[in-house]
Ligand binder design. Structure first.
Ligand SMILES: [Zn+2]
Length: 76
């Protein structure tokens, strides 16, 4: 499985560490029909995937709350 572990700061107290699994977005080439000269190629980007693995050990927020807050703050 692609991805890597990341440690994020807790968005609530900023002191705790949140364990998260991050699967980075990838660029994918999508060839369309006749493209012998490389034209007509489309590049699409998948979205980042974040899986929050733990809550905050400092302030006690659960993973669901942390994930929601991180999304609100556009961190993930
Ligand atoms: Zn916290």
């Amino acid at each position: 499985m692609r991805g890597e572990y990341q440690e994020l700061s807790c968005p609530f107290c900023d002191k705790g560490k949140i364990q998260a699994w991050h699967i980075p977005s990838v660029w994918m080439e999508k060839r369309s029909g006749r493209s012998s000269l490389g034209k007509g190629k489309k590049v699409i980007r998948s979205s980042d995937v974040w899986l929050i693995k733990s809550g905050c050990s400092n302030c006690g927020k659960c993973p669901e709350e942390v994930e929601k807050k991180l999304r609100e703050l556009n961190i993930i």
